[in-house]
Design a protein around this ligand. Structure first.
Ligand code: 5GP
Length: 126
């Protein structure tokens, strides 16, 4: 079910539980400010989620309230993951759903990284 991207932050969301080690994930990469792991229901041959370690509901929250160090650490993590997965030559897609219209389901900011195939049109056409 889609959620508001505006909070308040719910510490019981599934990615908060992953960050606390309460439920497992298939980890790919981690730095001081970010964790990257495989999506549980992949929508492309490569489908990775990169999340900040801090408690941010959405891109709107993260971009306006995270520290410069968190934003830098998180952004570099996204690039590192793409590089580690060998996707730079073929290319890849980044996507972040913010709030109801985008269909955000998990209220902890995350970027989806898709790759491993030609990804088709950018958006579903209505
Ligand atoms: P959203 O719709 O919020 O942008 O994306 C949430 C993503 O989280 C979905 O692609 C969904 O498959 C993924 N997801 C939901 N629960 C889990 C989980 O427990 N583990 C992992 N690894 N991914 C999850």
């Amino acid at each position: 079910m889609a959620v508001s991207g505006r909070g308040p932050y719910d510490p019981q969301n599934i990615f908060a539980k992953i960050l606390r080690g309460e439920i497992p994930c298939r980890k790919i990469y981690e730095n001081d400010h970010a964790l990257a792991f495989h999506d549980i229901a992949p929508k492309a041959p490569v489908h990775v989620l990169i999340i900040p370690k801090g408690a941010y509901v959405s891109f709107a929250d993260f971009s306006s309230t995270a520290s410069d160090a968190e934003i830098a650490g998180f952004t570099r993590a996204v690039g590192q993951v793409a590089s580690l997965l060998g996707l730079e030559d073929a290319g890849y897609r980044l996507l972040s759903n913010m709030g109801m219209a985008a269909g955000q389901e998990v209220p902890h900011f995350h970027i989806h990284l898709f790759g491993g195939a030609a990804l088709g049109p950018m958006l579903h056409r209505h």
